[in-house]
Design a protein around this ligand. Structure first.
Ligand code: C2E
Ligand code: MG
Ligand code: MG
Ligand code: MG
Length: 295
């Protein structure tokens, strides 16, 4: 039950659920090595988006799609967002990359809609720094209008730690986006230090259970307690809960039993290129068509 889960989660929290960012010297080296290249990357079209489906566990339909930034450097090859997003933040490029990702994601959603694909919403990851910028909400509105999308077609994922930064610009931007009707999702939930009273006050529609807890669901009672507690919090606060990083059938069943709304992870699909997403849509349509014919 919820109360026991919350108690166990609290105990687990004390037992060291902290996920530290890469070491400082790695960050410095990356900034020097990748900074200049990253400036060229955006202008030179080296950045792209990968798309990962999220499955609605009640209907088995598509719940949404998360857009994830990808960088393929002509000489270095693929560089992951866990490396280049922190660099972009340090060298003052994150606002440009965030806007690029927002526009590219909306363009892709509009294209899917035009092709008759049923994609309820697209999720875009936005950094803390972008939220401190007063122009951001207006840019979101302009982008939605430019692609003929409704605010609810867009979900903005913000990490739990940003949400804790209740400086006036951040909370003004979250309030404005929420009033516009844009969905707000708290990413990597369970790794930060949110108080329940803060979460209840924020205009958040969705909680994403961090992958670290899903990873350990089968082996670690503490991780189970955190996942259970997050689902309880979501249910009591009328928020949807999405589990990320679902890789095994046992994890799927555990989350289903707790009533987690949606799941995302390699069990369903890796992040895909736009073209591979099209094949994924076709394959699913073929499967459901086949089962309908059998019925
Ligand atoms: P995130 O938003 O929490 O995204 C989930 C990450 O988990 C993604 O890593 C995804 O590829 C990975 N993942 C999904 N399912 C599984 C699974 O079943 N197993 C495993 N092992 N991993 C899975 P990715 O794409 O490398 O992105 C890492 C992080 O970089 C993201 O974490 C997000 O915080 C950040 N990021 C990615 N794209 C953007 C962007 O456009 N803007 C900003 N600001 N951050 C971004
Ligand atoms: Mg995310
Ligand atoms: Mg996440
Ligand atoms: Mg994460």
């Amino acid at each position: 039950n919820c109360e026991t889960a919350m108690f166990e989660a609290k105990a687990a929290g004390r037992a060291n659920y902290h996920f530290f960012s890469p070491e400082m010297n790695v960050a410095n080296r990356d900034r020097l090595e990748l900074g200049a290249a990253l400036r060229e990357a955006l202008a030179g079209g080296q950045l792209s988006l990968a798309f990962q489906p999220q499955i609605d566990r009640n209907s088995e339909g598509l719940y949404g799609v998360e857009a994830l930034a990808r960088w393929t450097h002509p000489r270095l090859g693929p560089v992951g967002p866990d490396r280049f997003i922190p660099v972009a933040e340090q060298i003052g490029m994150i606002e440009d990359i965030g806007l690029w990702a927002l526009r590219a994601a909306c363009a892709q959603l509009a294209q899917w809609r035009a092709a008759g694909r049923n994609v309820p919403t697209i999720s875009v990851n936005i950094s803390a720094k972008q939220f401190r910028d007063g122009a951001f909400c207006q840019q979101v509105g302009e982008t939605l209008a430019a692609y003929g999308l409704e605010p609810s077609d867009l979900t903005i994922e913000i990490t739990e730690s940003l949400m804790l930064d209740q400086t006036s610009a951040v909370s003004a931007n979250t309030d404005t986006l929420s009033e516009m009707g844009v969905n707000l999702s708290m990413d990597d939930f369970g790794t930060g230090y949110s108080s329940l009273s803060l979460i209840a006050r924020l205009p958040v529609n969705e909680l994403k259970i961090d992958r670290a807890f899903i990873d350990r669901l089968e082996s670690d009672a503490g991780a189970q307690a955190v996942a259970t507690a997050v689902i309880c919090i979501g249910q009591s606060l009328n928020m949807r809960v999405v589990a990320e990083g679902v890789e095994t059938d046992a994890q799927r069943r555990f989350l289903d039993a707790l009533g987690c709304d949606a799941q995302q992870g390699y069990l369903y699909s890796r992040p895909l290129t736009a073209q591979a997403m099209d094949e994924w849509f076709d394959a699913r349509a073929g499967r459901s068509g086949a089962s309908r014919r059998r019925a």
